[in-house]
Design a protein around this ligand. Structure first.
Ligand code: WQD
Length: 338
């Protein structure tokens, strides 16, 4: 298939682009490089430097009218017409979204409206969307399946849920099939070691631990050790980006083949506590990784784990690389080299 990957130079997007290329698809990456990196691009993919908030530029890209002569497109073969687009271009820091909701309204909501309208205008009939487990909010039961009520606790999660609702309407009104993939805690790096772009100012636990391991930061702050869990620290479902990447390919295949849309969890179905993650990181890296317990972070549920039964049943997908050793080892290999 011919696939437009919006946000394809980012941390998850670049792994997704790699997977589609590996499967023999033709890929065009569209990215404004605000958090994406040039080093995450592949020579066999076409790259268009553009912004989803620029409707005209996005329309040119989606209809194959961006070209090298215009100075914003490089590499690969000519783009349009696209069979599908993958949308991963969003701001994603849950904490920040509570103090800067405007940024999330503009980037996530307005940006997605442009993408949906461009898809409708250019006849792109399949969209794979990066949604989030943040749509569920405080868990009412575990593991969380897709029937769990959606009640986001932060504005970021709200934007993801609203976008899922827009997708339903565009499916109904414009015949655009979608797969909204509700990621749990994405982590790790390409299991074949082909990607090494470090996220700048990471807000997530594993890259923060890696920064402490290499000495970019002094220590890891553990946000609370008085939760109702075996070691008192929060439990999360960490899922490897290489697994997320195969999930995107399986989801696109499903919606293209069946013409049905879906919202589906992608998680490892296992929980690890903050202290367990730290312990594995110390073992794998051989570094002491200093840590200090501080107060709880507001809005953190004690436990979050996914049921990925639906992804297994419908997409034949299961996490294969999401054990903590592999998550940490693939991350450490990248951080240790830089
Ligand atoms: C993991 C655990 C922290 C940093 C976030 C988003 C969510 C989704 C996934 C995208 C928690 C603890 C963390 C630190 C710590 N993103 N922690 N010290 O909050 O589970 O989920 O990423 O869709 O929407 O909110 O991930 O990596 O921030 O935290 O102790 O310095 O590590 O309290 O228990 P989170 P995280």
């Amino acid at each position: 298939m011919n696939i437009l990957i919006i946000g394809g130079a980012g941390y998850i997007g670049s792994h997704v682009a790699r997977e589609f290329l590996d499967q023999g698809h033709q890929v065009t990456v569209f990215d404004n490089l605000s958090s994406g990196l040039r080093r995450n691009l592949f020579p066999e993919a076409r790259f268009i430097h553009g912004d989803i908030l620029d409707y005209a530029g996005l329309l040119r890209a989606a209809s194959g009218k961006s070209d090298a002569a215009a100075g914003n497109a490089t590499g690969g073969k000519t783009g349009a017409p696209f069979d599908a687009l993958v949308h991963l271009a969003a701001a994603k820091a849950a904490g920040e979204s509570m103090v800067r909701p405007e940024k999330y309204s503009v980037n996530n909501i307005s940006g997605t409206m442009n993408i949906l309208n461009v898809a409708a205008e250019t006849g792109i009939r399949n969209i794979v969307f990066s949604s989030s487990a943040a749509v569920y909010g405080e868990p009412q039961y575990l593991p969380i399946d897709e029937k769990h009520p959606t009640n986001p606790e932060n504005y970021y999660g709200f934007t993801k849920l609203e976008i899922e609702r827009f997708l339903h309407w565009y499916d109904k009104l414009k015949g655009i099939h979608f797969a909204a993939l509700r990621y749990f805690n994405a982590a790790g790096y390409d299991v074949k070691g082909r990607l090494a772009g470090l996220e700048q100012n990471p807000a997530n636990l594993i890259p923060i631990i890696m920064e402490a391991a290499v000495g970019i930061r002094k220590e890891v702050q553990v946000f609370g050790d008085d939760y109702d869990t075996p070691d008192g620290t929060c439990i999360r479902d960490y899922v490897h980006v290489s697994d997320l990447a195969t999930g995107h390919a399986a989801a696109l295949d499903y919606i293209n083949r069946t013409g049905k849309s879906l919202s589906i969890n992608l998680g490892s179905e296992t929980g690890s506590s903050v202290l367990e993650v730290l312990e594995t990181a110390r073992k794998v890296s051989g570094r002491p990784i200093p840590a200090k317990t501080v107060g709880r972070r507001p809005g953190d549920p004690a436990r979050l784990t996914a049921s990925s039964g639906l992804a297994h049943e419908l997409l034949g997908w299961k996490a294969k690389h999401s054990d903590m050793e592999t998550l940490i080892k693939t991350s450490w290999d990248v951080y240790n080299k830089q």
